[in-house]
Design a protein around this ligand. Sequence first.
Ligand code: PLP
Length: 496
Amino acid sequence: METLYHSTRSADDGVLSKEAILAGIAPDGGLYVSDQVGTAKLDLPTVCSQNYHSTARTVLGTLLGDYTDDEIAQCVEGAYGDQWDTQAITPLTPLGSDWLLELYHGPTSAFKDVALQMLPRLMSVARSTAGRGLDIMILTATSGDTGKAALEGFADVSGTGVTVFYPDGKVSDVQRLQMVTQHGNNVAVCGIHGNFDDAQTEVKNIFADEQFASRLLKADCVLSSANSINVGRLVPQVTYYFDAYSQLAKKGAVTPGEKIDFCVPTGNFGDVLAGYYAKLLGLPVGKLIVASNANNVLTDFITTGTYDRRRPFHKTISPSMDILVSSNLERLVYYLSGNDCELIASYMSDLSEKGHYSVSPAILEKLQESFACGCADDDDTRATIRATWEDLGILIDTHTAVGKAVLDARPSEGRQRVCLSTASPYKFSADVLAALGKDVTGLDGFSCMDALEQLTGTVAPAQLSNLRTADERHVDVCDKPQMIDFVEAACKRVFA
Ligand SMILES: *Cc1c(COP(=O)(O)O)cnc(C)c1O
């Protein structure tokens, strides 16, 4: 059956999932949602007997109904192949009396790979079957992690290209090397003189430049983005909630039907929203626990029903969660409101004009029925990394530690609990090493990696340690005004 999507802010113009994935954001600035989510449930005993790949096919087939079974199967096979260091894709391991869902076994060692290995393939199929065959150039500014995951996901995917700008001198050694050593005939990477905001602002200008767009269109090319509000990034993440349950059932830790909790280190709300989708699709979920760092706007929202972005921005040791406006929350509030587009449009205009909005008591009650919350500052985070290592012999990264800290502060209510682990500790070697009590002053990224290996007897992922000898293929650095020329040249070269 076809799946229809429309904007969270207006139900007027329905589009198929392929079109929603190609467009990314709805024309009115809302996010694409489908009212069909949850009308069909997944069969739990079947899920519990399946492996990751077959569950991925079931989930994608249910939420992206206008893709054929063959198209889905082909995307799943390509996205979850031997670029992962385990066939389990997202293995579940013990974490004291709880469980750790390891989402970082993909090519860039962070959980965004689960979605960004899939999105390009979904786009490529949509492009050739629903997209007028135009070539798609993905354009991204990155402060470090997302850029690499996008490069790795789009590399050599037909009909697509990817251009990434990063602030030169303002990303870590390891992050820069991850990007500038990227292979693929359709990738372009360029440093800019300036900070992340400069890069981001200029990327937005390039997207808004209509003359540029029409020049590209004459060459059958369109610009697009790969950010986390795209349906094609959200849907693949639903799979690992079901698969975690299946792994628990196979271990005999749950009997099908029994509720479990998930604790999710949260930034833009994409990851934990996928857990809510899983619940709508029939997964027995007790609570989804939203874990935040010092940027605890979501803790306040879930506690009070008021979302207020008028607050200081904290730079923390879990940078991928340093966010004041969690974009994907708009989708959750849409569903909790009983699909009330008009109400969502008014909340979102309050948010952009006044900086805050408050949901109705009925919505707050539903929110608290499904969600719990908590936050941990950098000191809590470091203490949790150290205690988890010293007490359990398990090394976790700074983002996962926020989740674990929040989980530890709550009673278990008798349910099995799964803490989502979003990055390899070796992506954040310096902060993890410092949390273990070591002095890291003056140490570069690779020295920290070596020291962490020696101290813990664990091994850094090969794709990170191999960077020290990899060739630097992308050496361009430009000023802001030259970014647009760089994009144009990349389109010409990639789609020649
Ligand atoms: C992006 C990211 C998060 C936050 O995920 P959201 O979907 O934005 O909530 C958490 N941890 C790591 C390591 C990330 O890269």
